[in-house]
Design a protein around this ligand. Structure first.
Ligand SMILES: NC(=O)c1ccc[n+]([C@@H]2O[C@H](COP(=O)([O-])OP(=O)(O)OC[C@H]3O[C@@H](n4cnc5c(N)ncnc54)[C@H](OP(=O)(O)O)[C@@H]3O)[C@@H](O)[C@H]2O)c1
Length: 288
């Protein structure tokens, strides 16, 4: 990965942090998208201490806020003449329904729309840097739902945390499928990964009981390094040159659910995501 520029979201914790450290160790230059300056600074220090790399920059922005994503994308494209790898990794699970300042249910906003919008805004740079790769960190939790809830993607009715989380992860797979189709022949590939059940901070924002549960379950789960292994495999393996639109788990290709292989749903979700992020407005940068 020497000489390659990699953008990683959600690098302050868990799988994203392990991914960033491993990429730095492999010689990559890193741009980390983080929402908290303190945690970002601590991550940059950890990368320097563990790998000796100082080629790390932080782009501060809350991925729940589309304005922040636009600003961060502008800063990234101004900073890096090429982007070889984008890892969309930042994610949340919310026991209670929360709406973002944009009026969108937060799980859908962070876990899907942020992947979509950041990718679209960086796409011209990725295309110009081909061969380049995009890795979307999804989850086998996509199997919790049988399709996209097009009439109510924000679950204003019937909010159930794991269903809403699984729904956002199904969106990761459908986005991957449709983007791969649109990128055919461009030299930019996009794949989706399931990291396994990993002991991370996911869900820790849901209070003391959730935090306790995470600690109790941790010994039965993969370590964050183990969780990052599939992301790193898909991001860096020469044997996956040109491979696109696929799903991987435990560093092997895996079969997603039937709902995740629904091409019509993937196109419908694309159109909806375009509208919800304002990318349907002519002249907006990055539209594939
Ligand atoms: N853990 C598992 O078992 C598991 C299984 C399957 C898939 N996944 C997927 O793996 C990915 C990483 O999750 P993880 O398990 O490593 O969780 P984690 O330890 O909680 O890390 C999540 C990362 O996302 C960042 N993030 C969350 N909301 C954000 C926002 N609004 N703006 C910017 N950054 C934000 C967090 O930043 P802060 O430090 O600021 O909170 C943190 O860096 C997620 O996409 C998740 O769905 C995890």
């Amino acid at each position: 990965m020497k000489g390659k520029t990699c953008i990683v979201t959600g690098a302050t914790s868990g799988i994203g942090r392990s991914t960033a450290i491993a990429l730095a160790r492999a010689g990559a230059e890193l741009g980390l998208v983080c929402r908290d300056a303190g945690r970002a600074g601590e991550t940059v220090r950890a990368i320097r201490d563990e790998t000796g790399s100082t080629a790390v920059e932080v782009f501060l922005g809350d991925l729940a806020a589309q304005d922040a994503i636009r600003r961060v994308a502008t800063e990234i494209t101004a900073r890096y003449p090429r982007i070889d790898l984008l890892v969309n990794n930042a994610g949340v699970v919310n026991l209670q329904r929360v709406e973002t300042a944009d009026g969108i249910e937060q799980t859908f906003a962070v876990n899907h729309l942020a992947y979509f919008l950041l990718t679209m805004l960086l796409l011209d740079r990725l295309r110009a840097s081909a061969p380049a790769r995009i890795v979307n960190v999804g989850s086998d939790a996509h199997k919790f739902v049988s399709g996209i809830n097009f009439d109510d993607v924000g679950f204003a009715k019937g909010y159930k945390a794991m269903r809403v989380y699984g729904h956002s992860k199904l969106a990761n797979l459908l986005f991957t499928t449709e983007l791969a189709r649109r990128l055919e022949g461009s030299g930019v590939t996009v794949n989706c990964v399931h990291p396994g059940a990993v002991a991370t901070g996911l869900g820790k924002n849901n209070g003391r009981v959730a935090g306790l549960l995470i600690r109790v379950l941790a010994p039965f789960f993969r370590t964050p390094d183990g969780g990052a292994a599939t992301t790193l495999h898909v991001a860096t393996s020469p044997e996956l040159d040109g491979v696109s639109g696929r799903y991987f788990a435990s560093c092997r290709e895996a079969k997603p659910s039937a709902a995740a292989r629904d091409g019509a749903a993937a196109r419908r979700l694309w159109d909806l995501s375009t509208r919800l992020t304002g990318l349907d407005v002519p002249g907006r940068a990055g539209v594939a």
